[in-house]
Design a protein around this ligand. Structure first.
Ligand SMILES: Nc1ncnc2c1ncn2[C@@H]1O[C@H](COP(=O)(O)OP(=O)(O)OP(=O)(O)O)[C@@H](O)[C@H]1O
Length: 244
């Protein structure tokens, strides 16, 4: 379904080319959950931004259902069926949570539906529906709201960048259930960027990205034993990232 061919991203930093992504190739099949992990600064978020069209690759191509979407804008990619939850979600002063969810869904959502999406990420609709999406919301609230906006619309492919970041354990457990349900339905393909062992354990395949390259890409059963016994700096080894 998604095919990434030889992606290269070399932005200029102070006039000098910096190698961030170096010839990355992979595919994601229909209904598959691919978890991308690896050390901090390895290039995972940049790869997600290249898939979403937030950054443009210097070389390579991205295909969705055989169509070359490399030149597509963020909006065109959204229309092609790609949803994305940022690592650090943007805020929209003057917009209510209800309005944002309706915009994300593409139609005026009834309150009951908003309630379902909000409670799915551990937010109480009564408290949040009419709140503004501004800096009065905490980082964890923003993050969960961002995920709710992605869940509010069916996509072919959803990309979640560190959905666990800044989220308390109780809400994290609810999120894991949401991902398990999405995965069980097999209607959407999922790319989850994560350092969390509990999320990594849900993957069909695991990709380890390090120094802008794919270090490993294989089925979970093959990658996981090496990952949890690895002390080379893969963040999921850090006890702080382990799910309780
Ligand atoms: N446009 C850019 N110009 C210069 N450097 C960049 C640019 N985008 C990303 N980088 C650098 O590329 C490297 C990879 O960043 P990226 O955010 O993709 O890593 P990551 O694997 O997602 O890390 P983390 O696990 O900490 O979230 C970092 O060193 C970052 O500072």
């Amino acid at each position: 379904m998604l095919e990434v061919r030889n992606l290269v991203f070399h932005p200029l930093e102070n006039g000098v080319e910096k190698c961030i992504i170096e010839g990355v190739n992979f595919t994601v099949e229909e209904g598959e959950m691919l978890v991308i992990t690896g050390p901090n600064g390895g290039g995972k978020s940049t790869l997600a931004k290249l898939l979403m069209g937030i950054e443009k690759p210097d070389e390579g191509a991205v295909f969705m259902d055989g169509v070359d979407i490399t030149g597509y804008s963020i909006a065109q990619r959204a229309n092609a069926g790609i949803g994305f939850a940022f690592q650090q979600p943007p805020r929209f002063k003057g917009m209510t949570v209800k309005r944002l969810l309706s915009l994300a869904a593409g139609y005026e959502l009834p309150e009951s539906k908003c309630c379902d999406y909000l409670s799915g990420v551990g937010l109480c609709a009564r408290e949040y529906l009419n709140r503004e999406v501004d800096n009065t919301l905490s980082g964890g609230e923003m993050k969960r709201l961002e995920i709710a906006t992605v869940l509010a619309k069916p996509h072919k492919l959803c990309i979640f960048d560190e959905p666990e970041a800044g989220i308390d354990l109780w809400s994290f457990s609810m999120l894991v259930k949401q991902f398990e349900q999405l995965h069980a339905d097999k209607k959407e393909s999922l790319i989850l960027i994560s350092h969390q062992e509990r999320i990594i354990r849900m993957a069909d395949r695991i990709m380890v990205v390090k120094d802008g390259k794919i270090e490993t890409l294989d089925e979970r059963e093959k990658v996981l034993p090496n990952l949890v016994n690895d002390d080379t700096g893969c963040a999921c080894m850090n006890p702080a990232h382990r799910a309780s």
